[in-house]
Design a binder for this molecule. Sequence first.
Ligand SMILES: [Zn+2]
Length: 419
Amino acid sequence: MTPRGWAVVTLVGLVVLLIASSALLVPWHRPPAPRADQLAALRELPAADVARSRAFHAALRPGSYGALLVGLLIALVLGLTPLGGKLVDLVSRPFGEHWIAQATLGGLAVVLVADLVTLPFAAWRHAVVDRYGLSTQSWGGWGLDLLKSYAVSAVIGAVALLGFYAVTRFAPRWWWALGAAGAAVLVVLLSFVLPVLVEPVFNRFTPMEAGPLRTELMALAERDRVPVRDVLVADASRRTRAVNAYVSGFGPTRRIVVYDTLLREATPDEVTSVVAHELGHAKDQDVLAGTLTGALGAAAAVTAFYLLGFWGGLLRAAGVDSIAQPRAFALLFAVVAVVGLVSTPAQALLSRRVEARADAHALDLTGDPATFEAMQRRLATVNLADPDPPRWEYLYSASHPSTVERMAAARAYARGEGR
Ligand SMILES: [Zn+2]
C-alpha cells in the first residue's frame, strides 16, 4: 500500500477513535434541567443586573465576531492566493530563502499579520470590558500582556514550525505519520508544561494561606478521595474583577487554582462549592480526557492535511508545488482557521456536558444546593454573564451551562432529582 493509502486508513481509524472516545468519555445521559425551572430562576434575578449584563454582551459582540470574521478572511486570503507564499519569500529573503528561515520566520509572519489585523477588535473588547468596570488593567498592562502572549506563542510556534517542516523535508513520503505522532505528543506535552511554565508568565500563584477555609477545602478533597497537593491562589485582581477557579494539568502537574477575586467576593461556603466543582473535574480526569481527545484530533488533522495536498486546484490557488513546503504554511493556517470555526460548536457541546457533570459532583459532594445556587448568581452578577444567553450564541460557543441552567439543576437536586 502507498503512503497515501496508509494515510486514508489512519485517518479513518483516528476519526473512529475520536467518535468512540467522545461517546465513552462525555456524559451524554444528563439532560439540562427543565426550561420552566430555568425561566423561574431567571425571573428571580434582579432585572437591572440582567439588563446590564445583556447590554455588556451586546457591546462586546462587534469586537468578538468582527475579529472572528476578519481573522477568517485574512487567513483565507493568505492561504488561498499566492500572497501567503510571497509573504514567506519576503521575510526569508535576507536569509537566502533558506528553508529554516521560511519555516520559522515565514510561519510567524503569517500568524503575525493575522494577529495585527484583528488587534483593533481586541482593543475594542478591552475598551468595553473597561467601560463596564470589569477590568482593573491599564492600557499599558493590557499591552504588556499582549506582548507576553505574542512572545510565548512565538517560542512555541517556532519550535513546532521547525519540527514540522524538518519532518516534511527529511521524510517526504511519510511526513504525515511522523507529523501526526509529533502533533499528538506536543498536545500532551503542552498540557503538562503550560501550567508550570507558561501560566506563571501571566500570574503569580501562591499556596492558599493556612486557615479555616484551606483546612475545609483540603478536608473536602480528602472526603472526595481526590489527591490534591495544594490549592493555589492566582493574583487575577491585577487584571480583572471577574471571579473564577479552574483545574489544569494532570498527574504531577495537576493543580486547583482559585482567583484571589473569588476569595474577596464570595463567602467561604461559596468558595467551597466552586472547589467542589473543580474536584469533580479532577475526579473524572476531565483534563486528561480533554488532552487525549486533543491529541487524537491533532493527529487526525495532520493526516487530513496531508491528504488535502493531493488536491491540485488548492495548490494552484496557493501558488505552491507541495502542501508540505514552508511556502504553503498560509494554506495550513487557513485550514486550521476554517476547522476551528466549524468545530467550535462541537467542542462547546462536549464542554457543557462535562461542566454539567462537575456541577452534579459539586452538589453531591457538598449536599448544599442553596449555596451552589447563590454562587451561580454571584458568578453571573460579578462576571456580567448573561444568565440566559441567546440560543444561537449558546449553541455556537458556550463552554458552560447557562446560569439559569445551573440554578435549575440545583433546584432539581434539592427536590431529589438527578442524584
Ligand atoms: Zn468546570
